[in-house]
Design a protein around this ligand. Structure first.
Ligand code: C5P
Length: 397
């Protein structure tokens, strides 16, 4: 089941670390290659020798081990894995991950990667239920980290409750589910997301209110179905989807270049709110109030990335999907937009302030295709994403 999969297994310090040894054995039985990393605290519970004997590989322990840096480098170490598993994951490593700290090898590996990460927490029940750990867990889930367990049960400290690490076989099952082929396995989907920033001068720019939430949710839904996702994103505060190839851009023209480079793709979803115009008169130095008085900006039209890709003669993705955020005559405008741009589907929504959709957690969309308009009920943006990903999978099958 896990043949040819490389798993970077980070063992942190807790009594459950002994179960980590069993986990290594079970993963190797299924054909996975396991690269083990031990924190200092983990070495208080299990020895590097037993870990490396079971893994059949060298154990990585120190960030500043120059031999390791020369051989591989910590960046390379985390990126060469198909999946990073932290088991057991202490309250401390969850806190570091949630904050983006990098003060030892394990935390640095976790920060220096865009490889998917799975954690199996193990800690005292009071630590697990503490408000701080709950906050960290919520943050990590929002960042795209997968949790396995913890389970309820007797704890080594004599208490009972949630905090026991999931059993090794449950962790193996979650890992197998992660790698199980989905309907989009082997398919490449390109997504644009977020706003663009168009500079006025080196310190000022024109932007819009797009949060990137819907595009990110679509990327996550496609990843769950097994797609390889290239995620071209303008400046957004939201965490990018874990496991996607993320390309960060600022301007519409940078987004256009990134999209061109990322093709070919089986499907392309244009969820970005691309600025229609850029400042043609953008200045290389900061505009001075005194020198210019009231500045006059002149604009130039930005490339319409969606229309260009939808109208490609060669190498057009099989399915090209655009978005239409409208405030009036939503269906009629979106239907006309579909024809004008040449895309296959338009996901249309009403962004009038009264709907609360812009910046909110919910969306009410109508999917417009050659078959006409299909209104979906109002639902969470994540559910819109899951449904759209399902439709994409059906269309490509
Ligand atoms: O023309 P309008 O901006 O309303 O069209 C919205 C759709 O077109 C969205 O899918 C958006 O991502 C895409 N678009 C684009 N490049 C532009 C403008 C819009 O890809 N310059």
């Amino acid at each position: 089941m896990l043949q040819d999969k490389r798993i970077l297994l980070i063992l942190t310090g807790g009594i459950a670390a002994y179960k980590g040894l069993d986990l290594i054995r079970r993963l190797r039985e299924r054909g996975a290659a396991v690269t083990p990393v031990l924190t200092r605290a983990a070495e208080q519970f299990i020895t590097p020798l037993s870990v490396s004997a079971l893994a059949g590989e060298k154990v990585y322990r120190e960030l500043f081990d120059l031999t390791d840096e020369a051989e591989m480098g910590h960046i390379q170490l985390s990126r060469s894995a198909d999946l990073i598993v932290v088991a057991p994951a202490t309250a401390d490593i969850l806190a570091k991950m949630a904050q983006g700290r990098a003060d030892d090898l394990a935390s640095t590996l976790l920060l220096a990667t865009d490889t998917p990460v799975m954690v199996a927490p193990a800690m005292n029940v009071r630590m697990w239920t503490h408000a701080a750990t709950r906050r960290n867990r919520d943050q990590l889930i929002a960042d795209g980290i997968t949790f396995v367990g913890p389970n309820d049960g007797d704890m080594a400290c004599g208490e009972f409750g949630p905090g026991r690490m999931a059993e090794p076989l449950d962790i193996v099952a979650a890992i197998e589910a992660h790698f199980a082929p989905g309907p989009l396995t082997g398919r490449h989907v390109l997504i644009t997301s977020g706003p663009t920033h168009e500079p006025i001068d080196p310190v000022r720019y024109i932007a819009n209110r797009s949060s990137g939430a819907q595009g990110t949710a679509i990327a996550n839904a496609l990843l769950r179905l097994g797609a390889r996702v290239t995620f071209v994103t303008g400046p957004a505060d939201i965490a990018p989807p874990q496991g996607a190839d993320v390309i960060a851009v600022e301007t519409a023209r940078e987004m256009q270049d990134a999209v061109t480079q990322a093709l070919p793709a089986d499907a392309a979803v244009f969820a970005a709110a691309v600025a229609d115009w850029r400042v043609a008169s953008a200045s290389d130095s900061k505009l001075k109030k005194s020198a210019y008085g009231l500045p006059v900006l002149t604009f130039a039209e930005n490339p319409d990335i969606l229309a260009q890709v939808a109208q490609m003669q060669d190498g057009r993705p099989g399915l090209v999907i655009g978005f239409a955020a409208e405030t009036d005559d939503v269906i009629a405008n979106a239907t006309a937009k579909r024809a004008r741009k040449g895309c296959d589907w338009i996901v249309a929504n009403d962004v009038s302030p009264a709907t609360g959709i812009m910046g909110g957690a919910e969306n009410a969309v109508t999917l417009i295709s050659a078959d006409g308009a299909d209104p979906w009920p109002r639902m969470a943006k994540d559910d819109v994403a899951t449904r759209l990903a399902g439709r994409i999978a059906d269309a490509l099958s």
